[in-house]
Design a protein around this ligand. Sequence first.
Ligand code: MIC
Length: 644
Amino acid sequence: MPKNLTTKILEAHLVEGTLIPGTEISIRIDHTLLQDATGTMAMLEFIAMGLPRVKVGLAAQYIDHNLLQTDYKNADDHAFLTSAAMKYGVHLSKPGNGVSHQVHLERFGVPGITLLGADSHSPTAAGISVLAIGAGGLDVALAMAGHPFNLPCPKVMGVKLVGKLPDWVSGKDVILELLRRHTVKGGVGKVIEYYGPGVATLSVTDRATIGNMGAELGATSSIFPSDERTLEFLVSQGRGEGWLPMAADGGATYDEYDEIDLSALEPLIACPSSPDKVVKVSEVAGTKVDQVIVGSSVNSSYRDLMTVCRIVEGQRIAPGVHFHVNPGSRQALENVAQDGGVLMLLMAGVSIHQSGCLGCIGMGQAPGTNQVSLRTFPRNFPGRSGTMGDKVYLCSPETAAAAGIYGVITDPRKLGEIKPYPAVRNPEKYLLDDSGIIFPLEDGSAVEIKTGPNIVPFPDFEALPDSLQAGVVIKLGDNITTDHIMPAGNKVLPLRSNIPAISEHVFEQVNADFPARATAAGNGVVVAGENYGQGSSREHAALAPRYLGIRAKIVKSFARIHKANLVNFGILPLVFKDPADIDLFSQGDQVSFPEIRHLIESGAGQIPVFVNGREITTLLEVSDRQRQELLAGGTLNYVKQNQH
Ligand code: MIC
C-alpha cells in the first residue's frame, strides 16, 4: 500500500502504538533542540534525571532568545547552559551565532530524521525533510535522556502545490494563504505534508518558512519531500553526504487534502493581532508604517536577507521608518556580507542587529504607542512586541522592503516600477562558519555546573488529592495564547529559571491581579473557549499557573503542546462535553471534582464537575500513561517514583 512521507518517517521511528490518528504513539527521537528561554528549565529537568550524558543522536542547545544583558540574569543563565552542555555532551551555539531553527537547518538537520525541539517553530527543519516537532522542555529533557516521545498520532493533511510563485511573491505568502484558509486552529492534530510539482520550484529556505509557520496553524509538524533542491542546499552547506531522496509513494493518500496554485498567489499580510487575520497586501496598502523588521525566527536566511539587500540597493529607507534586520545566523550574515549586501543595507539606512530572536519575542525593538510595525516574524499576538495595544503586521521580506522604501504598506509588485525582481538564489557554496558552536567534549564528567542566583530549585508539586475543591480564578474566550498566559519580553524572559518569580507575571496583560487571586483561592481553575494555549511551547505557561495553585483548566478545546505541558505539571486538561456549559461558569465560582483521583485511576473518560449546584460533564482525553502522571502530580514525580 503506497504511503505518504509522514507515515514513512513515523513508521521508521515508531516505538509503541499504531498509526491510528488520535491514539497515543511513542516515537524515537534523533535530534533534540533547546533554546535558552526554554532551555534553562529543561536542562534543570534533564540534570534531575541523574544521567552522566545525553542519550540521543545529537543534542543542541542554542542561546538565541535572551540576548539582552540588562543585568546578571541572562548572562548567568548562558553560563549555566554552557557548562551543562559541556558536561552532558550537548552542542552549544553561542549568543550571536543565530536562531536555533536557522542554525539547525544549516548545520545539523538531515532528511528523514526526527527532531524534538523546546520551541514551537522547530518544524522550520521541514525545509530539509526533518520531521520536527515542538514540545515542552520536560518532554525534550526526557528525549535527551533517551526516552521516546509520546504524542497523539497526527492525521496527515496533504497540500498539493502546483505552478510556480510569481515575482515578488515568496514562501511567506504560501503559509499566509494556508492561515487565511484554515485559521490558527486548522492544523491542530495534523502534520501538513507538501507534495506535487510545485514543490520543486521552492527553495529550501522558502520551504523552511512554510514549515516554521505551520506552528501558527497549530500543526503537529510539517514536511517537504527531500529532492534535488534539498541536495543542492546540503551540498552548499558542505553536508551533501547526509542527503537521501524521500517522498510519498506514487498513489499515496492523505486524511485531508488541500491544493495551492503557486502561480495564482498574491502578496499577503497578516493584520494585528493574529497570524490568521490575513488579507491581500493591496487591501491595506497606504497604511503609514513606522517600523519594519526583517529576520528573527523566520525569513532570516541568506535568500531572505539578500532579497531585501537587492531591493533597497541604491534606495533610501523612507524618513519616517526605522528598518531593522535581525539575521537568522552569523553564517547567513557572513554570506550576505561576502556578496556586498551589508553595504547595500547600511547605505539605504537599515539597522543591522546581531543574529537572534530579538524583537520576535519582545527582547527589544518594541514599537512606540500607536505605531505600525511590519515584521517578517511568525506571530503577532497582542502585546507580544512589548507594547500594549500594538499594531503588528506579518509579511514577506519583499513586502517588508516595499514598506521600508515607500513608508506605507505597499504591494511589493509596485517595486517592479523601479527595478526587476531580484530572484535571489541561495549560494552554491556557502562560506561556512562553525566558530559560534562549541562541540561536545569526549568526556565532560569533570566540568562543573555554574549556577547563579537566578537559578532556583524546581518546586515540589503534591499528588492529586482524592477530591478537589477549587475557585474559578479567570474565565476567558477563544484562542488564548501562551503569550497571554505567560508573557515573554525582556522583563519576564530572564525569570524562566525562577518559577516563584515568573509566576508573578501569569496573565499579566489580561488581568494583573491573577497571581494574587489564584494564591488566595488556594486551588484554582481556569475556564476558557476554543484552542486554549495556542502558540509557543513554553512549559512555563503550565508550570507557573500550577505553582499558583491552578489544578484544572476547563475549556472548549486545547492546543496540542499546551495540553501536554498541563499534564506534565499535574494540571487536569478538561474539555466541556457540551461547549454551551461554559455559560454556567463565572469568575469567583466554587467548583468541585468529587472522587477525582478514583475517576482518573479507573480510566474514566467523563469527569463530572459541580458548579453552582449544577453537575456538568467534562471530557478527559489522555493516555493511560498521562493518567499516571496526573495522579502523581506531574511527569517528574511519576518518573522519580518509577525509578525507585
Ligand atoms: C515563540 O516564538 O513564541 C518562542 C518564544 O520562541 C517560544 C518559546 C518560548 O516561549 O521560549 C516558542 O515558539 O515555543
